[in-house]
Design a binder for this molecule. Structure first.
Ligand code: 0RA
Length: 633
């Protein structure tokens, strides 16, 4: 009894902080945190696979919404833990940071963003069951909200090994407990790319949602790069790929150039996406620039060049994935997604330059087309430099001056301020009159701007339609973009609800995505939602944002009185008061926040919709026109 009590108390002490402050362990209790639970469990199986003992992982979304993760590893040890005097399995499931101690000697590289494991998942689950196939026996242990319901039981015999974990996230903790097949599928695919040869399946067993996928890439990151480039035109068929282990650090790089002007670079440390970069990325970049410049010296293109290629030149149109596995990573930065280990820089630099040289030696034709592309990029940059220098002198990139057309707000604290980017002269005029000038700035833009997808950054900078936007936002652009210098917290795109308006919205979003991506990452971009109809009857006036709303209002209103319906053809038809009331007053307006959920999907979408290739665009429109038609039925 005594020992049971002691154990009981210890368990509570062990997991209580997790239930009290789940955010500390999994970031959020929204959908992101919910999915994080699955990744924590899968990470443990990935570790077992990286240690060389597991080849297959299955993730099941069970009918009632619980998750089951099955692996064919050695099985979590179930013998008594020498210090804790309970099974090692129970220690792993009920003690925080138990993993670190008892994993000693194993090479643990995987692990979630917050470095917590199965115990956290257990603490945040209504119930959790672990079945271990090991030593010829099937062991079973169950926990309710992190507390064991008994001790480990033997429930049968087996001739396989492996760990099966099943858990139901606690509705008391999570805002929602509905798992997204798409989100899980995306991360599991990424893990399969990053850990070549491991077979990872996702099986959705929920009624009406039955589907499943299996990921296994023998090509690893090479397959990842092909996948990223699938809607682009590659410069060379075979991606450049190499892998090396140096001083305990594994470096794997895949790269393939395409005909676009964009650089798409993903970096990972221990399977975690390092969105803020870090020493591995610095090492890679400097090695690439140096290597390509050295190859240029001995080439026919080199004879025509008197200046060295810049980093931007050699990375134009490059799609690249770099994955390193570091035994003791130090994560830094605002979102802890920047690698800090200084020793990794030189190590990656060395691995990359050595392997690039030998790879190019074997593929002389490919280096030729890459040099050609980089030299063209360098020339285009030099030609545009004068235009840029001119505008730089005016100080526009640094926000020194403000564009003439901008009606700025009086508040100087960016966190209070909004800017409306408004299409059209008359709408711009109404917005200037209707706004609250304390915190709302108006920037009218006239006509269509350049399609960034088909233009080099330098040309974008020199474009007279883009300059005022860059200037007004005050945070520069491209690699120099600094989100902390942003002059407004909300950037609201206001364009008509018609085809031309859609085009302008898309052009602006393409621009923000390609040239100011952190602005999207940080959720600063919004779309204004002007109403389509004004309804009035007697003294009553109201607005409807679509046909369905309009009809609902008509049905509700007194039928004996006449109802006037005005359809707005454009923003310009609204007077300043109407524009304020419907689209600008924070208390009554509707605005939509634009968020970047999945870079790969967004990149593909912009390439398809705004890029050079016509057939994929046609196909996209056909596919989606069809789904709209289906919806209408
Ligand atoms: C530590 C030691 C051993 C296995 C594991 C951890 C292990 C943990 C998990 C979590 C999910 N799946 C897992 N598979 C294995 C085994 C040590 C040994 O057998 O010598």
């Amino acid at each position: 009894m005594n020992s049971y009590d002691a154990q009981h108390i210890q368990v509570l002490e062990g997991l209580d902080p997790v239930r009290k402050r789940p955010g500390m362990y999994i970031g959020t209790t929204s959908s992101e945190g919910l999915h994080h639970l699955v990744y924590e469990i899968v990470d443990n199986s990935i570790d077992e696979a990286l240690a060389g003992y597991c080849s297959k992982i299955e993730v099941h979304i069970e009918e009632e919404g619980s998750i089951r993760v099955v692996d064919n590893g050695r099985g979590i040890p179930v013998s008594e833990h020498p210090v804790e005097k309970v099974s090692a399995l129970e220690v792993a499931m009920t003690r925080l940071h138990a993993g670190g101690k008892f994993d000693k000697g194993t090479y643990k590289v995987s692990g979630g963003l917050h470095g917590v494991g199965a115990a956290v998942v257990n603490a945040l689950s209504e119930w959790c069951e672990v079945i271990v196939h090991r030593d010829g026996k099937i062991h079973f242990h169950r926990y309710d909200r992190g507390i064991p319901t008994g001790s480990v039981e033997i429930i049968g015999e087996t001739d396989i090994t492996g760990t099966h974990s099943r858990f139901l996230p606690d509705k008391e903790i999570f805002e929602e407990v509905d798992f997204s097949y798409d989100l899980l599928s995306k991360r599991l695919r990424e893990l399969a790319f990053l850990n070549k040869g491991i077979e990872i399946s996702l099986i959705d067993k929920r009624i009406g949602r039955n589907q499943n996928r299996t990921f296994k890439f023998e090509g690893g990151i090479k397959s990842f790069v092909r996948h990223l480039n699938k809607s682009k035109t590659p410069l060379h068929e075979e991606p450049i790929w190499f892998e090396a282990v140096r001083e305990g650090v594994t470096v794997e790089v895949g790269m393939q150039y395409n005909e676009s002007y964009n650089e798409t670079l993903f970096s990972f440390v221990n399977n975690i996406n390092t969105r803020e970069g870090g020493t591995h990325l610095t090492g890679f970049r400097s090695a690439l620039t140096r290597t390509v410049n050295e190859l240029l010296k001995d080439s026919k293109q080199g004879k025509k060049m008197d200046e060295a290629l810049s980093g931007d030149d050699v990375r134009e149109g490059l799609t690249c994935v770099i994955s390193v596995k570091v035994p003791e990573p130090q994560f830094e930065g605002q979102t802890k997604s920047k690698l800090g280990n200084s020793e990794v820089r030189g190590l990656v630099d060395k691995v990359v330059s050595e392997n690039l040289f030998s790879w190019f030696e074997e593929h002389p034709k490919i280096i030729d087309s890459i040099l050609e592309k980089a030299v063209t990029a360098a020339r285009a940059r030099a030609a545009a430099r004068r235009a840029r220098d001119l505008t730089r002198r005016k100080g526009f990139l640094e926000g020194g001056g403000l564009p003439g057309k901008l009606a700025d707000c009086s508040d100087r604290n960016p966190s209070n301020c909004e800017i409306y980017i408004v299409e059209g002269e008359s709408a711009g005029g109404s917005a200037k009159m209707g706004r609250d000038r304390k915190f709302q700035a108006i920037l009218p833009i006239l006509g269509k701007m350049v399609n960034v997808e088909k233009t080099r950054l330098e040309k974008v900078l020199a474009n007279e339609k883009m300059q005022p936007i860059i200037q007004a936002l005050g945070a520069s652009v491209g690699n120099d973009f600094d989100v902390s210098k942003l002059r407004y917290n909300k950037i609201i795109i206001m364009a008509d609800a018609d085809v031309d308006g859609s085009h302008i919205r898309t052009l602006l979003l393409t621009f923000f995505f390609r040239c100011m991506q952190p602005i999207l990452d940080n959720g600063h971009i919004y779309l204004a939602m002007p109403p389509l109809f004004k309804l009035s009857s007697g003294k009553k006036t109201t607005y409807a944002y679509n046909e369905v709303e309009r009809d609902a209002i008509i049905l509700k209103w007194d039928k004996s009185k006449q109802i006037n319906i005005q359809r707005y053809k454009g923003l310009g038809e609204m007077n300043p008061e109407q524009l304020w009331e419907t689209t600008m007053d924070p208390d009554t307006r509707k605005i939509k926040q634009v968020k970047l959920e999945d870079f790969v999907v967004a990149d593909e979408m912009f390439t398809t919709l705004m890029g050079e290739e016509v057939p994929p665009r046609k196909k996209f429109i056909e596919d989606n026109a069809l789904s709209v038609a289906k919806l209408d039925i």
